[in-house]
Design a protein around this ligand. Structure first.
Ligand SMILES: [Zn+2]
Length: 696
């Protein structure tokens, strides 16, 4: 269940009020009568239900009191609510638990059904998409459920009877909890915060402003000129920072003539963005030419794209006025407003690590540091230098040249796939076969295929799980008029991995409240294991005997890069919490210091260059609220799961076994799956082995 943002029109007056009263520093005021009511009820109900209920009762009263507000009722109303809804014996508690579990499945399941139907036209390849289709697609029927449950007090029933836990408790005690205890913990977690609608609105506004800022941050590449006025990039090329800039940089490894010059130019552009020395006039504008090295701006001498706004007024290289950092600061200020309403995770940092990831921040930091400081880094770096035939430059953190050679051309593969799968139905019909090749029994393969429907995707493809048992999951894949092509097949096999996980971890789970996997990294790892079998599933030999070796080296280098980016993101959020009144300029200075510090410690020794700021260029850092650590953690988790599945020899039975742990803490899930908690050891060991293989 997710909460969201109440009707904007109704809330606007409150929003204006908040601007003056700055609630981020204000604690939620306790109700004057609450403490008397609690002690009275504790005495009364312990007498009624016995000493054995005292602890549960005390905890429930504390939890309910923490979220009860004046508008929920006065002292007599609170007391009456507790008397009526405290389950003082096991039999009543069992009925209550079962009812919640059953009805929440119905609620989530049907909400997901509505959401899926509302998105059909947007998601599937079924003809024109009208503006009203997009409005349907954007609607979230379940957006106000958490608010509703506090209003009708079902949330308080849960808080009065089931335990809210800290991450520390889940990690230190969770291994000895029963499945039912875990399910109770997951039930209570759904109501661990009660964020007022006006605070959610603030967060939503900051988030959408940041999205807006990022989504329009394009660089018109043909307008980059060098000192002699040369243009390295073709007309019309418009790249969104940082994704497209980075991907262009990766693609330029293949350009033997101008690749290096282009890559250096992109690095300079990125640094100008990070330092905000980029002229405001060049952002999202083809109306000017820009020499990023000299940082001079002139009126565009060529026109490749019609500018939306012709240059008006004086043409200057006046820098962007720290908008990047002002935008980030707004997401921080908005997040902070939720802190007082989230008692078990009272900062955004705590919510990200303790609730979303469920891996303590200190451990994540240690894992990332053990990757970036690994003695394997200089070894892999030396290999890259050798392959490039030149010393490394800072942008080589994005080196992508560890690619296996294929035996078949793309055209040959397209031909094979389109003959085999002319329609989505043909792929679906073959699914039991594919699953049996992956090691599932005939019976299991047929069962899975019955529970996975295949639809033609409008985009590249995705997997959509159900949220109640008995509803099939959906595999969406792109099928051209001429049939499925190889790229579509490769994606379909990846999505099939998600669908298998979704189907088993929902339909076969012992408790509905434990359905799924701990987080997306786990389901992605399973999907990648499936995807890697694409050629074998077509009956072709796998591409390159060195393929696995190269893939591991590629994963390691990618993890090394993104781990540094994540460390910057984490340090910046800490700095903001330590300097809540910082200005955008102050935040910029701090971010540059942090990025340089991490570079100098872990990257400069390898790249032989100090004070590089590239690690701060990721756009997620500005608009995604401390999301970046998910990427390196995902790499580590993927390596562990993939290695375990390879070791076992059978994808089918191993995936079936693993996913039955459900959505418990990631470390416990991983222990059950591999015998180890989440960590970098598998990646480091695989890299070491890959280096040996490579040198053979
Ligand atoms: Zn995926």
């Amino acid at each position: 269940m997710t909460k969201s943002f109440d009707t904007i029109v109704l809330i606007l007056p409150l929003f204006i009020l908040l601007l003056v009263e700055s609630p981020a520093s204000a604690q939620v005021a306790p109700l004057a009568w609450m403490s008397d009511s609690r002690s009275k009820l504790e005495k009364e109900l312990t007498a009624r239900y016995g000493e054995s209920q005292r602890d549960r009762l005390g905890r429930g009263l504390k939890q309910a009191a923490e979220f009860w507000r004046a508008e929920d009722g006065d002292a007599p109303a609170f007391e009456e609510f507790v008397r009526t809804n405290f389950a003082g014996d096991q039999a009543t508690l069992d009925v209550m638990f079962n009812r919640f579990e059953y009805l929440l499945e119905k609620l989530n399941g049907h909400m997901a059904e509505i959401g899926r139907e509302f998105r059909v036209q947007a998601d599937l390849d079924r003809g024109p998409l009208y503006p009203f289709d997009e409005m349907f697609a954007g609607y979230s029927a379940g957006a106000h459920i958490t608010d509703d449950f506090f209003h009708n007090k079902l949330a308080f029933v849960v808080l009065l009877n089931f335990p809210l836990t800290t991450l520390d408790e889940r990690l230190t005690q969770g291994a000895s909890w029963s499945r039912r205890q875990w399910a109770e913990v997951r039930l209570a977690q759904q109501f661990s915060k009660r964020i007022p609608a006006e605070v959610n609105l603030f967060i939503a506004r900051a988030s959408s402003e940041a999205d807006q800022y990022i989504s329009q941050y394009n660089i018109f590449m043909h307008h980059l000129v060098d000192s002699r006025g040369n243009r390295l990039f073709p007309p019309g090329l418009r790249l969104l920072s940082h994704w497209n800039l980075r991907d262009q940089l990766k693609a330029d490894y293949a350009d033997e003539k101008n690749g290096l010059a282009k890559q250096r130019t992109i690095q300079t552009v990125m640094e100008r963005i990070v330092t905000q020395t980029i002229p405001a006039a060049v952002v999202n504008s083809p109306a000017v030419d820009w020499n990023p090295v000299a940082n001079t701006v002139t009126k565009a001498a060529v026109q490749d794209v019609e500018p939306e706004h012709p240059v008006s007024g004086a043409l200057t290289n006046a820098p962007e006025p720290d908008t990047r950092y002002a935008t980030l600061l707004k997401t921080f200020q908005a997040s902070r407003k939720a802190d007082p309403y989230s008692p078990t995770a009272p900062t955004l940092i705590a919510r990200r690590f303790n609730e979303n990831r469920e891996i303590p921040e200190a451990r994540v930091k240690a894992m990332l540091e053990s990757v970036v400081s690994s003695p394997l880094v200089p070894e892999v770096a030396a290999l890259i230098e050798q392959r490039l035939g030149r010393p490394l430059e800072p942008f080589d953190i994005w080196y992508n040249g560890f690619r296996p050679r294929g035996h078949y051309t793309e055209a040959q593969l397209d031909e094979i796939v389109s003959t085999k799968y002319p329609t989505p139905q043909a792929f679906h019909a073959d699914m039991p076969n594919l699953l049996m090749k992956l090691g599932f029994s005939k019976e299991r393969a047929e069962y899975l295929a019955r529970n996975i429907e295949v639809d033609p995707a409008r985009g590249s493809g995705h997997a959509m799980g159900a949220a109640m048992r008995g509803v099939p999951s959906r595999l969406r894949t792109r099928v051209e008029r001429s049939g499925m092509n190889f790229k579509g097949f490769n994606i379909a096999v990846h999505e099939m991995g998600h669908n298998v996980e979704q189907t088993l971890s929902l339909n076969e789970m012992d408790h509905y409240l434990l359905n799924g996997v701990p987080n997306t990294a786990f389901t992605e790892a399973i999907a990648f294991v499936f995807q890697a079998k694409d050629l074998e599933l077509l009956g072709l030999s796998s591409a390159d005997p060195k393929g696995m070796t190269l893939k591991t080296l590629n994963d390691f280098w990618g993890t090394y890069e993104i781990a540094g980016v994540a460390l910057v993101d984490m340090a910046v959020w800490h700095w903001m919490y330590e300097h809540p009144d910082a200005s955008p300029t102050g935040l910029k200075a701090a971010t540059l210091d942090i990025a340089k510090g991490i570079w100098n410690k872990y990257y400069a020794p390898v790249f032989k260059k100090k004070d590089v700021m590239l690690l701060a260029v990721y756009s997620h850092m500005i608009d995604s609220f401390l999301y970046l650590p998910d990427y390196p953690i995902g790499h580590l988790i993927a390596q562990q799961i993939e290695e375990q599945i390879r070791k076992s020899g059978s994808i089918g039975s191993e995936v079936e076994r693993m996913v039955m742990a459900g959505s418990i803490a990631p470390d416990l899930w991983m222990k059950n799956a591999t015998g180890q908690q989440v960590g970098p050891e598998a990646l480091l060991a695989a890299t070491e082995q890959a280096l040996q293989e490579y040198r053979k």
